[in-house]
Design a protein around this ligand. Sequence first.
Ligand SMILES: [Zn+2]
Length: 358
Amino acid sequence: MATGIVYHRRYLDHEQSPDHPESRERLAYTIEHFNKIGLFDNPAIKVLEPVVASPKDVLEVHHPRYIEFLRKESEKGGIIDLDTAIPVGLFDIALLAAGGAIKAASSVLNGEVDNAFAMIRPPGHHAHPRTGAGFCYLNNIAIAVRWLQRNGIGKVMILDFDAHHGDGTQKIFYEDDSALFISLHQVPLYPGTGYPNEYGAGRGKGFTVNVPLPPGASDECYMLALNEIIKPIAEEFNPEFIAVSTGFDNHFTDPLTNLAITTEGYAEVMKEVVNLAEKLCGGRIFAVLEGGYSVRKGLPFTITAVVSVLAGIDGVRDSEEYIHELDWVRRENAIETVEKNIEAVKRYHSKYWKAFRK
Ligand SMILES: [Zn+2]
């Protein structure tokens, strides 16, 4: 068996403008890095072709009027917000990205691979039911989770560790107790949401969990949140599948954010999440690419680290060429803010999770 990497050359065709940070180089350079280190020659890796998401797949998550708007605007070009233009032809690539997430989930479900990483663009976690936003058009991970739930899977845990709050994914599952949404992200930062008091509504109360991290937060902050919040809730929720929105903009070289996670930190966190999947749901886990804009420094290394952990390959670390930049970003006292935020999360969630009851 193997780890699947879902990829298609058409993911390079999407471009909003030549200087937009969500660039085709993000993937092109990472693929070049994979070739350089021989990752595709590793027998533990299997390249998978994405499918095209069907209307039924996307309408499980998005409003028909928004889908029609996106399809029409894609014919002539349009705009959603200042960061999110609709280039001509966008709709077809967005369907192929959502289909990439479905392919990752379905190939794990049907046993074609042990686990999978969808290396797709455009990203998805800021896309809401009725609109795109923040470089995102279709919510790829939500579409894949709904696909799983139509195919026999009940409870899914969605872990979002992009540096930005996964506000679109939160919105989609906010009143739903079949999907546990946990997000770790920088605050303050776009989109301005993701506080501990956003914990779900209706029967979804307690099933949205937000852990804000201050600028300068490094690996130990992530491990603390993982041990104190993610693991206990995950064990109680007991998912049948784990879906991960992997953003790589937590890396200390990322130009859009101020977090200080290292490549080794990514590997450590991912290892723990894979262990959780093994313990709770027979190792069934897939991850999709969200953000990450440090094209020639952090991005190729962090993606390699996450894929390597999924495939059981060890030892990916940051390059000596840029490791000194960590000292510019890391703040020792960030851990104190994280401790306070973790206490707040526990307070809001003590009603819903036994682990936090005193
Ligand atoms: Zn992001």
